[in-house]
Design a protein around this ligand. Structure first.
Ligand SMILES: Nc1ncnc2c1ncn2[C@@H]1O[C@H](COP(=O)(O)OP(=O)(O)OP(=O)(O)O)[C@@H](O)[C@H]1O
Ligand SMILES: [Mg+2]
Length: 225
């Protein structure tokens, strides 16, 4: 049987706030294969961000396991986990997270510098990623010279540049209009095919989620479909 890219088993995350216990995620089982776009849809507070943080090793489950290509995250050392987050997982956020003084090209290149890519290899990979997201003509624009949709394309190019196996995108269309958001979802789908990466997108927009290969709906911390 093919090994899943990411597998979560009986995942639970409880936040203990003294007087109150919040079960932000519970009884979650999930598998994602490479080349696949999975959308997790649910209303505000349903547990989407908490779940993505657990899957990306940014947070630790209260119980249950997350495995990445067969490796259980809880068994990795802190430095192994850092390596995994740095080299094998890309993150995309609602607010783009671009550095304002750097051009689109430089914002993408940063991910490769962090990944310790050699200078000569960085330039061609950045150009390839700009082309992949349809922004070859905007390479030297700074974020304030780009539209919201274009900024999100740069953020996606930055996430994909170091050849991660998995991209986690938390509400990447939250600040975009419906038409632009739809374009971004379609772009993510194309990227799963072209780059062979697995992508999980959290969204509150059920219509948008339907573009994905598969949609799971989360409510009060657990999948209801
Ligand atoms: N660090 C934390 N400490 C305590 N409670 C938390 C923490 N993070 C999240 N929660 C709670 O867990 C639940 C799920 O939150 P989460 O941020 O995962 O939802 P979400 O689906 O991403 O919402 P949104 O669509 O608004 O981003 C909420 O009740 C929230 O208040
Ligand atoms: Mg959230």
């Amino acid at each position: 049987m093919k090994e899943a890219l990411v597998a979560a088993r009986h995942l639970e995350r409880v936040f203990d706030l003294g007087s109150e216990r919040v079960r932000a995620v519970h009884d979650v089982d999930l598998e994602l294969n490479s080349g696949w776009l999975l959308a997790i849809s649910g209303r505000s507070g349903s547990g989407k961000t908490t779940l993505l943080n657990l899957l990306g090793g940014l947070d630790t489950p209260s119980s249950g396991t997350v495995s990445f290509q067969g490796q259980e995250l809880s068994k990795l050392s802190e430095s192994e986990l850092n390596q995994l987050r740095r080299h094998r997982i890309g993150f995309v956020f609602q607010s783009f997270g671009l550095l304002p003084l750097l051009s689109a090209f430089e914002n993408i290149e940063i991910a490769l510098r962090i990944g310790e890519w050699k200078r000569g290899e960085r330039e061609s990979r950045v150009e390839e990623c700009l082309a992949l997201v349809g922004l070859a003509a905007r390479a030297h624009h700074r974020p304030y010279e780009l539209s919201g949709g274009e900024m999100q394309r740069v953020a996606i190019a930055r996430a994909i540049a170091p050849h991660p196996s998995l991209i986690l995108a938390d509400e990447p269309t939250g600040e975009l209009d419906l038409a632009t958001g739809t374009e971004i979802f379609n772009l993510l789908k194309q990227i799963t095919r072209k780059e062979g990466v697995g992508i999980i997108v959290a969204t509150h927009d059920i219509a948008m989620a339907k573009i994905a290969d598969e949609t799971r709906q989360i409510s009060d911390g657990t999948f209801v479909s």
